[in-house]
Design a protein around this ligand. Structure first.
Ligand code: NAG
Ligand code: NAG
Ligand code: NAG
Ligand code: NAG
Ligand code: NAG
Ligand code: NAG
Ligand code: NAG
Ligand code: NAG
Ligand code: NAG
Ligand code: NAG
Ligand code: NAG
Length: 563
């Protein structure tokens, strides 16, 4: 069964709750007119992150506030220096700016360096520009010739009225050093203009008027695209000092349920910076929206330390459904076992056993709450900072009940994890989760993928491979060699017991599989034995003992039966 289009279209994204809480803490505030654009002189139709003119300041970011001088000149002020905006390219994210104090005027009275570079937002260090240095207040009385790059500037505060410019890096030329100048400032010019200036094809003023090219970047861009996904436009509330997400003229609605707005009662002032994940379900047919909402409501009420919190969903404006989840930072168990984080080697055996226990706890809780996960796999087991498990995506297919028209595309498990009995009756039960969890256990033991077509024909499905290896008493061929199976007898014993438990979970017939509660007990028992083993240090097993242990595995009555 290929992954369904629906499932594939689920999109995980990140949103800081700051955005949401900020929006929520000021329910009375409105933010109208963000659909207006900024236009001024030659600059037209400028949108986010810029503001100015008809476009209110909360519709963009403070660093990008433009003003329109004399209805003709767009200006941007940064570090108290004003720049003329000669061009805005919102696709390439470039600006062409020219210092306002130096426009049509090489004799500034503001002797300050151009400092747009001193910022992570603007940069102009590329090859498109050339450095130009202007020296002011120079005593040239000792010079016998008047060089071409000399000009005059009589501004207050200068000892001398001579000034000159230099293109390119300032050389450590002794001639320059004997000329005294009060001050110098750096101003970039477009490289092409610099070339023409040095060829004396244009004047200094003309070169300055052409400006210089600035790259800009949008801070917190990820937040902003998430806001757009909520159907909103990004903005910034300068009173709150925070980015905001605007839907229509109001803060975008928070998903219903006990979401990020309710906790942190201590001082409630600052956003807690909590990060959430948003899953987006694309669905064009919204007739059953009501039912969907009810199901989400049920899932929202499920709370367990090893389940990802589902805050709720929103659907108000857009035609998409968004499920808002707590965001878990450290990737999935799949990432760590055989994905992009596998090299880190952080999952030692005790960590893996702990992952197994905590995942089993989450699943046992779900089953107690009459919810079948339906898609247990290492990709859905997330890890937080301390490698605590958070199981995600539980009960998602509950949202698309059997009999609904598009159920054929609903997520019903993932190849390699699916209960073989599903193919007989097309019904998933708690025992289907148990089967999938058996595959997870084998992944934890072996670090292998659930399905891998590069493996031998019989071993493509990890569950088959595990059953073959265990039945053939070649478990050591399955186990990840980095776990110490061959060298550490305690590890060997525990891995063997877990393999036994997995074997029982992977039974073809549902009735032969233990319940999740039994699996959990079994795992806890293995974990506790480990503690005891450390205490008394009596365990010393040979491969023969190993084989003895495995004899017991076909007896499904107790995980401890062979001990
Ligand atoms: C600016 O937007 C208006 C309305 O969308 C459009 O008519 C106009 O052509 C645009 N101007 C430019 C220069 O793109
Ligand atoms: C501008 O920068 C240059 C080089 O860093 C420095 O020598 C000069 O003093 C600075 N000018 C001002 C006005 O700070
Ligand atoms: C940016 O400029 C400020 C003063 O304007 C200075 O204190 C700071 O060190 C500069 N930062 C960088 C990265 O150059
Ligand atoms: C701007 O910063 C970049 C590196 O961030 C540097 O390479 C470049 O020389 C700087 N440009 C100026 C004009 O200071
Ligand atoms: C702007 O960014 C592009 C790459 O994104 C780079 O090639 C170019 O040199 C940068 N230009 C300036 C002026 O910083
Ligand atoms: C200007 O430079 C000349 C020649 O180097 C020197 O004699 C004179 O004292 C300087 N004037 C001042 C005010 O520094
Ligand atoms: C510079 O300007 C001041 C007053 O603005 C004037 O008195 C002085 O003569 C001027 N100097 C030169 C060299 O033009
Ligand atoms: C988890 O991720 C955070 C940030 O992504 C990182 O600082 C931390 O070291 C990670 N912890 C583990 C155990 O990988
Ligand atoms: C392997 O797993 C897939 C999906 O779970 C299933 O369709 C297939 O029949 C399995 N193959 C074997 C040989 O068990
Ligand atoms: C298991 O052992 C039997 C007998 O040695 C052998 O025929 C079979 O190929 C083995 N299976 C696997 C998967 O190694
Ligand atoms: C464990 O068994 C091996 C071989 O069976 C033996 O050499 C070793 O001394 C034993 N270790 C302990 C702690 O009993």
């Amino acid at each position: 069964m290929p992954p369904s289009p629906l499932r594939r279209s689920l999109l995980i994204a990140i949103l800081t709750a700051a955005l949401l809480t900020a929006a929520y803490s000021q329910p009375a505030t409105t933010y109208p007119d963000c659909d207006r654009t900024f236009s001024c002189g030659d600059i037209s139709n400028v949108t986010f992150p810029f503001t100015g003119g008809d476009r209110p300041s909360y519709c963009g970011l403070p660093e990008f506030a433009l003003t329109c001088r004399d209805d003709a000149i767009a200006e941007l002020t940064h570090d108290s220096l004003a720049y003329r905006v000669l061009q805005v390219d919102q696709t390439r994210r470039t600006l062409i700016l020219s210092r306002s104090d130096l426009y049509d005027n090489s004799c500034t009275s503001d002797f300050s360096n151009t400092t747009l570079n001193n910022s992570t937002i603007f940069s102009y260090g590329g090859a498109q520009n050339e450095a130009l240095t202007l020296f002011y207040g120079c005593n040239t009385s000792g010079m016998s010739i008047r060089p071409y790059n000399l000009f005059s500037c009589n501004s207050s505060g200068l000892d001398f009225t001579d000034a000159y410019y230099l293109l390119g890096p300032v050389p450590s030329d002794p001639i320059l050093r004997i000329i005294y100048c009060s001050t110098n400032i750096g101003v970039p010019v477009l490289a092409a203009a610099g070339n023409r200036l040095s060829a004396l094809q244009i004047s200094l003023e003309e070169a300055l008027n052409e400006g210089f090219l600035v790259n800009y970047s949008v801070p917190n861009e990820e937040l902003c695209s998430q806001c757009n996904m909520l159907g909103g436009q990004c903005g910034f509330d300068s009173v709150l000092g925070q980015p905001i997400c605007i839907c229509g003229d109001r803060p975008c609605p928070l998903p219903p349920g006990p979401g990020p707005a309710s906790p942190a009662p201590s001082e409630g002032v600052l956003p807690d910076g909590r990060v959430v994940a948003v899953k987006r379900l694309y669905d064009n047919n919204f007739k059953r929206l009501e039912q969907f909402m009810n199901e989400v409501e049920i899932l929202t009420r499920l709370r367990h330390q090893n389940l990802v919190k589902l805050y709720g969903c929103t659907s108000r404006r857009s035609r998409e459904l968004l499920l808002v989840y707590e965001y878990i930072p450290n990737g999935t168990v799949a990432d760590h076992l055989h994905g992009k984080r596998a090299k880190s080697g952080l999952l030692s055996w005790p960590v893996r056993l702990n992952i197994a226990v905590q995942t089993a706890e989450a699943l046992a809780y779900l089953h107690k709450s009459d919810t079948i996960h339906r898609d247990v796999k290492t990709n859905n087991i997330l890890l937080d900072n301390d490698f605590h498990v958070k199981v995600a995506d539980f009960g998602l297919s509950r949202l698309f009940p059997n009999g609904a028209t598009h159920v054929s595309t609903a997520p019903q498990g993932t190849p390699g994890y699916v209960d073989p009995e599903y193919y007989q009756c097309y019904k998933l039960t708690e025992k289907s989760d148990v089967y999938s969890f058996g595959v997870v256990l084998i992944e934890l033991i072996s670090s292998l993928q659930a399905v891998d077509t590069n493996r031998h024909r019989h071993d493509i499905n990890l569950s088959n491979m595990a059953i073959n290896k265990i039945q053939n008493r070649t478990l050591h061929e399955l186990v990840d060699s980095s776990l110490g199976f061959e060298t550490n007898s305690v590890v060997r014993r525990m891995v063997t017991l877990v393999a036994e438990l997995a074997f029982r979970c992977l039974q073809q017939e549902r009735d032969m599989r233990p319940s999740m509660e039994e699996v959990l007990e079994g795992l806890r028992g293995i974990q506790n034995e480990d503690l005891n083993a450390h205490k008394v240090e009596i365990v010393n097993m040979s491969m023969d003992d190993d084989a003895e242990l495995l004899k017991g595995i076909v007896d499904p009555t107790s995980p401890d039966s062979a001990v």
